[in-house]
Ligand binder design. Structure first.
Ligand code: SF4
Ligand code: SF4
Length: 340
């Protein structure tokens, strides 16, 4: 199971699509780390991910947890500003997701001026230190993004690129604007990206475009519910020790599952369970399923975009089937949610 530990809800920057620090919990962990160690220790397959806010604002706490939590894997989601403070602890982490949105002007526009350079500096530090784990560029994708250009740009530097659409809880655009962008930019860009990805597969090279890899894995092997596993195979822990389903919504009642002693599970229901792509999509995102902030129409539009991506990838099933054993990504839940 994946345990997403919110180290602090505070962030040192305030990205346009997110608005900065998380609300609804203390600025620092107030439970005893031993309690968390006991909780995690009951699970022999535990994966612990450090999350925020910006987790490395509390780097000493992260180091303490890296020392004592009995997890099989560790994951870090960070904006990269303070990565050097990890020193050699870097090597205890199995996957690092660096938040970056694509080309410099796009990243700096959404995130903050100088942000792109900071992430690149963090990436150099990781590479210079001979880091052996996974390095993932984690993008948020909104109205200024050209999905083809921005993903291709990041692939020059990162072995893996993942993105999540800025939809439903977005501060930046509404459903109509999203629909126009999908037709003009996203769908043509995705077709071009898949074309590139396919050509590389034909010569035996598998490019680390995570949504494609993860969806193809589900096409070939079948999925297992929500790709992020929120509420079942993954929980988040708030700084006051609540067990949550999804880390981004600490103040929603449905999202609070319990505490270290006892927690319930939740999952998506209809219309997902009888949807024709459920085996692959799994319901996409529990938050979107629960909070239809763009209404039923918005929910359907996002489903249409998901189905578009799935159907475009299904066209390439045959070539991937021939080397099925190479389409097993992700090998564990590394916090990449697969369906953008
Ligand atoms: S496409 Fe939509 S309805 Fe179908 S499983 Fe995914 S989220 Fe649910
Ligand atoms: S995909 Fe949705 S439910 Fe899953 S972790 Fe992300 S925001 Fe939460």
């Amino acid at each position: 199971m994946l345990y997403i530990v919110i180290v602090t809800p505070i962030c040192n920057i305030a990205c346009k699509y997110c608005g900065g620090s998380l609300k609804g919990m203390p600025p620092d962990i107030i439970y005893d780390i031993e309690e968390l160690a006991n909780f995690v220790g009951k699970d022999r397959e535990a994966i612990v991910a450090f999350y925020g806010g910006e987790p490395l604002l509390r780097v000493e706490k992260v180091k303490e947890m890296l020392d004592i939590l009995p997890a099989k894997k560790f994951v870090l989601q960070t904006n990269g500003f303070f990565i050097k403070k990890l020193g050699n602890y870097l090597h205890k982490i199995d996957a690092i997701l660096l938040s970056i949105d694509g080309r410099k002007e796009i990243t700096d526009f959404y995130r903050c001026k100088g942000c792109y350079d900071k992430v690149m500096e963090a990436l150099s530090f990781i590479k210079e230190n001979d880091y052996r784990g996974e390095i993932i560029a984690r993008m948020a994708v909104s109205y200024k993004t050209d999905i083809y250009e921005d993903v291709m740009h990041l692939l020059h530097f990162f072995p893996y690129v993942h993105w999540q659409l800025d939809v439903v809880w977005s501060n930046l655009w509404n459903l109509r604007e999203f629909e126009i962008w999908v037709e003009k930019i996203y769908k043509p860009g995705i077709r071009k990206l898949i074309d590139y990805w396919r050509k590389k597969i034909e010569v035996g090279e598998i490019i680390g475009i995570i949504p494609f890899l993860g969806i193809m894995k589900s096409i070939l092997y079948g999925g297992n519910g929500l790709p992020c596993q929120a509420g079942k195979g993954a929980v988040a822990i708030s700084t006051d020790g609540k067990v949550l389903a999804c880390p981004i919504a600490p103040d929603f009642k449905w999202n609070i599952l319990g505490d270290f002693k006892k927690f319930k599970e939740i999952e998506v229901g209809e219309p997902c369970k009888s949807c024709n792509v459920y085996k692959i999509c799994g319901g996409r995102c529990l938050f979107t399923y629960k909070e239809r902030l763009w209404g039923e129409e918005g929910f359907r539009k996002i489903c249409e975009v998901t189905k578009f991506l799935i159907y475009e990838l299904i066209k390439h099933r045959d070539v991937c089937e021939q080397m099925k054993d190479r389409f097993t990504y992700p090998h564990y839940n590394n916090t990449t949610e697969i369906i953008p």
